[in-house]
Design a protein. Structure first.
Length: 264
């Protein structure tokens, strides 16, 4: 289940989604945006998928929109309304990745810029290579931002820092991004593939139902009042207590061994 610009590979519950335009540093074009939305929907709906790893081919995550094609006028003329509808349709990838009941890891190497950074911020965890360059980029090309970056960055860092990173558009190193809390961990360039995959696979082998409830609790906390969040926590915690994975974990704890989760 793939097209040429978005590859999908499912192994042991981990769906690896690869943006595949290495010759353009995985810049987004219409085929890629549609492919990303389709892959995200598949990840959310396929019961065989227990976690997601999102990465880019050729040593770069994604540099955002294809500014070169924007500048050369090769795209067919389109009305404002149609442009907005098409953009909003593509932006669904960020919403789906953020809201799906499965953990999502982004592997950041080379560059994560513009809409590429926005998509990375929609994921749950981000593993960055030591040399990756991270930037919002939009202001430098006369654009205001899409794919949810202003939402995710404001929720993550607060409005003051989000204003700074969007209005000034500095290029951050991996260590600077780590210090801000934008990435989960930084590893040497040669180790980023293995580190990101190992982290994502550990989640794919985890208590899937419970991880989904944890993610939903945190998403609820971003937008719902305290009492509603408490009600949801009580429901999710009680439901998780009925899962086979919880019972296996409790048994493994008593037997002093590592639990073997089945995602049920």
């Amino acid at each position: 289940m793939s097209n040429e610009t978005v590859l999908q590979h499912l192994e042991s519950g981990l769906l690896t989604i690869t943006m595949n335009r290495p010759e353009r540093r995985n810049a987004l074009n219409p085929d890629m945006t549609l492919g990303l939305v389709a892959a995200a929907k598949r990840a959310a709906e396929d019961h065989e998928v227990r976690a997601v790893l999102l990465k880019g081919a050729g040593g770069t995550f994604c540099v955002g929109g294809d500014v070169k094609s924007m500048a050369d006028g090769s795209r067919a003329p389109m009305s404002f309304e149609n442009r907005m509808v098409n953009l909003r349709r593509g932006m669904e990838v960020s919403r789906i990745l953020h809201e799906m009941s499965k953990p999502v890891v982004a592997q950041l190497d080379g560059a994560a810029a513009g809409a590429g950074l926005s998509i990375a911020l929609s994921c749950d965890l981000r593993v960055a290579s030591q040399s990756v360059k991270i930037t919002t980029a939009f202001a430098k090309v006369g654009l205001s931002g899409d794919y949810g970056g202003t939402y995710f960055l404001t929720k993550m860092l607060g409005s003051a820092k989000a204003r700074e990173l969007y209005l000034l558009s500095p290029i951050l190193t991996a260590q600077e991004a780590l210090g801000l809390g934008m990435v989960t961990r930084v590893v040497p360039d040669a180790e980023v593939d293995a580190a990101a995959r190992d982290l994502a696979m550990s989640l794919a082998q985890g208590p899937t139902v419970t991880l989904g409830y944890i993610k939903r609790n945190i998403n609820n906390a971003e937008r719902l009042p305290l009492e509603t969040c408490f009600d949801a926590e009580a429901f999710h915690h009680s439901r998780a207590g009925e899962t086979a994975d919880h019972k296996e974990a409790a048994k493994a704890f008593v037997e002093k061994r590592k639990p073997q989760f089945q995602g049920q």
